[in-house]
Unconditional design. Sequence first.
Length: 328
Amino acid sequence: MKIAVYSTKSYDRKYLELVNVKYNFDLEFFDFMLSKRTAKMAEGCQAVCIFVNDNADREVLTELAQIGVKIIALRCAGFNNVDLEAAKELGLSVVRVPAYSPEAVAEHTVGLMLTLNRRIHRAYQRAREANFSLEGLIGFNMHGRTVGVIGTGKIGLAVMRILKGFGMHILCYDPFKNPTAEELGATYVSLDELYAHSHVITLHCPATPENYHLLNAEAFKKMKDGVMIINTSRGTLIDTQAAIEALKSRKIGALGMDVYENERDLFFEDKSNEVILDDVFRRLSSCHNVLLTGHQAFLTEEALTSISDVTLSNIHALDTNQPCENLL
């Protein structure tokens, strides 16, 4: 089987090729995203492998179906960029990687917390300039503080395990309660209670219509003054403009984001020699108490191996008419 792999970087190619030794697929790598304009590049391929910011809307899927593509394989957990209804109508099978390394994302989440809390990013820049003043670098003990975890799936639980080790009190919210969370000592509460009592709030939810701008102006008003917010899930969970206003009023004391609601035209590319035209992003990145990373929370050796293995395993299962538990 020939597979067109879109939006690839060197690390994608490395780990897919390593795993492909046991499948022997014909992999054709493209460094550009899937779009209406680039869909035709998959001609002759029976499967297309895409990532989180590729466009798989009805128009693109129709083009792919017309040139003989049968499988859309996501090498990520999120699938809001795929029109599943159109895929079903066109006879396209869609598979994903629901979980690859919860610990990878959880560890990055806590890394953002620690960096923001102890101002490590600011201290690093000062030390490089031989400025060893401690003014403005005061943090707080995470031990004894309250963290609110929104979303208690595998990643949320992995975050809880780490923060339990710090001695934090854990509140959590999820419409579907996970008994493991309570076994870890977490307490399920309403969103309003979580907002009111948490010193740190961390998001671990999917991007759904119900979750769009979950953290908005009204939600920020219900939070503690100076709250720290971390988002390593999906950019659309936070109303960025409202977050900027909350930063200006100091309702938000620190904001860590590995995702951004308008990241599609920014992330995964080197923009260092370009003028960033997104004014909202520019305002965010100018704040000393905002820490941005470019959707890298998943980026570990273990996660890349798992993503590649599950992705190709999904395609192999469909190609050989075997059951696939990751079929959407």
